[in-house]
Design a protein. Structure first.
Length: 387
């Protein structure tokens, strides 16, 4: 028996980092997905191991179920119908399980993702042998929400077989979860994201779960309906970074300078709210598409300036900003920054030749450019071989 899920990555149009401190942020899903396949061995296979194959990072790990049981036995029965946080003690047990696998030193940054997998798996499905395969179209650790898509796709696959969601297993092709199930799935994914991000706001898992475009503040979302044909160029600087460390860095800065940083976070809140007003339909004012794009460009530039204030820009990001500015295009980092990806608004009237030239110049600096569809579906599940 096999189930597959897919969960999208995201871009943050405004408000990253400040959202961790209670400000509004605006995010949209993109049509790049993380896929999970979960398969239980048949009785004749007599297999007693839990295997995870992380294809996009070329890593495979496996544990005898008895070993996982022994490591987590103090939890009693780990099955839980309500999402539970991983305690410090559980985190240590999971880290020990991960280390036992002779985790390659060069890939140690992936260990928290494996811990999140083990936490979600054992909490939702208990001690069952299975093979879990993860593939992804998203660059890992580049600001496009790979950690959230990973946790959302895993939670969806585990919940589909847990008996605690209501899905039609005879459905052919991709299927959306119902509203109550999405809420449960999103809460589980948030628990996984906590293991990877430390202190996440929840925006990334929420936009990956629900898709579309959302405004997010203090854990609650408002869907944004927009008919603005928003086109963004995404430039991956390919500079590796880690969201947990960047989020912690901003928190430390705001402890050192609480007054100044609270003005910064408030300014970001205003930018996000204004940006969401500009893109939503029906529009409160009768601006043309070009006028709206000009407002968005200015808001993106202002947000980028405040992200620099928070200390999360990077020389590679500044190079992208300078390069796109030569073509009068506005850009900002997206996600946690420190490297990773930069967004550039491509106005509707911009000629294809200019877009080609910008891409060529960015790629000549060693960056990688991609365009992605914005605002598609959230997590989906599939029970037959058609997906
Ligand atoms: N496809 C995947 N396979 C294995 N691990 C993954 C995968 N996708 C994400 N991860 C886990 O997520 C971590 C990267 O998450 P991180 O939050 O640092 O970056 P991101 O989510 O891509 O960017 P951002 O949080 O800024 O949007 C990896 O180190 C790994 O632990
Ligand atoms: C940097 C951050 O604001 C967004 C990462 O995509 C962290 C979070 O909200 O969890
Ligand atoms: Mg992340």
């Amino acid at each position: 028996m096999e189930v597959k899920t897919r969960a999208p990555g995201k871009i943050i149009l405004a408000g990253e980092h400040a959202v961790v401190h209670g400000s509004t942020a605006v995010a949209a899903s993109i049509d790049l997905y993380t896929h999970v396949s979960l398969r239980f061995p048949s009785p004749s296979e007599n297999d007693d191991t839990l295997i995870i194959q992380l294809k996009s990072v070329a890593l495979e790990l496996s544990w005898p179920i008895s070993r996982i049981k022994a490591a987590l036995s103090y939890l009693g029965c780990p099955f839980s119908s309500t999402p539970t946080s991983c305690s410090a003690e559980s985190a240590r047990s999971l880290a020990a399980l991960v280390e036992e696998e002779n985790f390659p030193e060069a890939k140690i940054g992936l260990a928290s993702g494996v811990s999140a997998f083990l936490w979600l798996y054992t909490s939702i499905l208990g001690f069952k042998p299975a093979t879990v395969i993860v593939t992804s179209e998203l660059p890992v650790g580049a600001g496009l929400g790979s950690s959230a898509a990973f946790c959302v796709a895993l939670s969806g696959a585990f919940l589909a077989f847990s008996g605690s969601v209501n899905v039609d297993m005879s459905h052919q092709g991709w299927l959306m979860f119902g509203d109550n199930d999405l809420e449960l799935l999103n809460k589980w994914a948030f628990e996984g994201e906590k293991i990877i991000h430390g202190k996440p706001s929840g925006i990334d898992n929420t936009v990956s779960t629900y898709g579309n475009m959302i405004k997010f503040r203090s854990g609650s979302l408002t869907r944004i309906k927009s008919d603005l044909p928003l086109k963004m160029l995404i430039t991956n600087t390919k500079v590796g970074r880690n969201t947990k460390a960047l989020v912690a860095g901003v928190s430390e800065r705001s402890l050192r300078h609480p007054d100044a940083m609270s003005f910064v976070f408030n300014a970001v809140d205003s930018i996000s709210r204004e940006l969401s007003n500009v893109i939503q339909s029906p529009a409160p004012d009768n601006l043309s598409v070009t006028e709206k794009e000009e407002k968005l460009e200015e808001l993106m530039e202002m947000n980028q300036g405040l992200l620099q204030c928070m200390g999360v820009s990077h020389a590679s990001i500044e190079t992208v900003l300078r390069t796109t500015l030569k073509y009068k295009l506005a850009s900002k980092l997206t996600g946690a920054g420190g490297g990773g990806c930069v967004l550039t608004l491509l106005p509707t009237l911009l000629s294809g030749t200019v877009v080609d030239k910008v891409i060529e110049e960015l790629e000549s600096c060693g960056f990688q450019c991609l365009t992605a569809g914005i605002g598609g579906k959230g997590v989906e599940v599939c029970f037959d071989g058609s997906c």
